[in-house]
Design a protein around this ligand. Structure first.
Ligand code: ADP
Length: 416
């Protein structure tokens, strides 16, 4: 099957075309035919395309909305120019998988989209006003362009965390807010944590139920997940993706009374303070320089800027805090797993996160750690380590494509 994976953001569209089926999944023979990112939708859009074995392409074109962007992508895929010979007509796109940020309490796994599901996704807009509307635009554009006959599947960022017990997902505020409005921890990055846990069990050759690990997704957004018996038991992101770890521009955990205090002090609104916590905080806010970890590490090497070091150290210490907390909640685990842009590519950050964790049995092997970059998978602990540390590159799009195939062909998204 040719599956188009769509991740529609507010002014961006990420997409991949993946050829896969139940057999290909078994042998990891899925093929990625193209992946691309479109930025600045609504104006002069920037289109980046990558195909295996070909040079990257970058082009500019006016795209007025998500529908125009998706139309552009589909036209290009079926054109001579793309060189994707097996997809020559729109009918050769067999299914579409959408990343949907918020599934609320309703969606515990990936589902085929029909009118009722679409309504239910609309119902979650209140919980994710920044994200779900864009995802919905993607779904509607596909229906218009490919027709209602092409199956579409929604894969939710929150779904993996649906297994959290109430002791993990509730906030210690009056219970009535949970009942009335669904105020609770939902957790995000679920597709990434789930994919990494899946890869871990395949690599180790163990059953799903035997997976007891702490996964660390460290990218622009960052979150940790305590996985018990293969299921999410706790996670660092909460009601929104603002809680938890220090991120590129997000503060992570802060004392909530800061919001009113700062709003009063600065004569602004709570919404303004929330925007500050979301867009001007984290690595950017502390360093005063950039949200990009690679740039911070380079700056630290060259100029030994105190606030740059502070930002990086706070980032690492917060990750360490969650590792400790989650290992305690799980009653111990077999491994911690690094993933995401930083987790997959920065031996330096991994080493700094693990520094001082020898007491709990984690010893990093410097050579192995240095070797795990650029998409490499492996362990980075030394042979005497009681706790393993892995680097496993995430691949949310692949999981979305596989869920799509499984839902469309068997009705069940769970991998065996
Ligand atoms: P997102 O959460 O948006 O998917 P990514 O997973 O792509 O983000 O992660 C982006 C982050 O990864 C950026 O902060 C980037 O600087 C960082 N990163 C990528 N490569 C490296 C590297 N070699 N060293 C340190 N940080 C890196």
């Amino acid at each position: 099957m040719h599956v188009l994976v769509v991740n529609a953001g507010s002014s961006t569209l990420k997409f991949q075309l993946i050829a896969t089926d139940l057999e290909a999944m078994e042998t990891d023979a899925d093929r990625r035919l193209v992946h691309g990112v479109i930025e600045r939708i609504g104006g002069h859009a920037l289109v980046r395309l990558r195909q295996p074995g070909k040079a990257r392409q970058l082009r500019e074109t006016p795209l007025k909305d998500h529908r125009a962007a998706i139309e552009y992508v589909l036209r290009w895929i079926v054109s001579e120019e793309s060189g994707i010979d097996e997809v020559r007509a729109l009918g050769d796109v067999h299914a579409v998988g959408h990343r949907v940020v918020h599934g609320g309490q309703r969606f515990r796994q990936s589902v085929r989209i029909d009118a009722e599901v679409l309504h239910a996704i609309e119902d979650q807009v209140e919980l994710a006003p920044l994200h779900n509307p864009a995802n919905l635009k993607g779904i509607r554009a596909i229906t218009e362009l490919l027709g209602a006959g092409v199956p579409q599947v929604a894969v939710f960022d929150t779904a993996f965390h649906a297994t959290m017990p109430d002791t993990s997902f509730l906030y210690a505020i009056p219970y009535s807010y949970y009942r009335r409005y669904g105020v609770r921890r939902y957790g995000f990055h679920g597709t990434s944590h789930r994919y990494v846990a899946f890869r871990y069990r395949k690599l180790r050759g163990i059953a799903r139920e035997a997976v007891n690990i702490v996964t660390l997704h460290l990218g622009n957004g960052c979150s940790a997940c305590a996985i018990k018996g293969g299921n999410s038991f706790d996670t660092s992101m909460g009601f929104t993706p603002l809680e938890g770890l220090v991120m590129g521009t997000r503060a992570g955990d802060v004392d909530p009374s800061l919001v009113t205090w700062l709003a009063e002090k600065e004569g602004t609104s709570a919404a303004d303070v929330e925007r500050m916590l979301t867009r001007q905080s984290g690595l950017l806010g502390v360093s005063g320089l950039t949200s990009d970890m690679r740039e911070l590490l380079a700056e630290e090497r060259e100029h030994q800027d105190r606030r740059v070091t502070l930002a990086i150290d706070m980032f690492c210490q917060r990750v360490r805090r969650y590792i400790g907390a989650f290992l305690a909640e799980l009653g111990g685990a077999d491994a911690i797993v690094f993933t995401g842009g930083i987790g997959e590519n920065s031996p330096e950050i991994r080493a700094r996160v693990c520094q001082g964790l020898e007491w709990l049995g984690l010893r990093v092997d410097p050579l192995r750690n240095e070797a795990c970059i650029d998409g490499a998978t492996g362990t980075i602990n030394d042979k005497d380590s009681r706790l393993a540390a892995w680097v496993i590159p995430t691949d949310e799009e692949l999981l979305i494509a596989r869920d799509t195939v499984r839902v469309v062909t068997t009705g069940d998204p769970r991998a065996r």
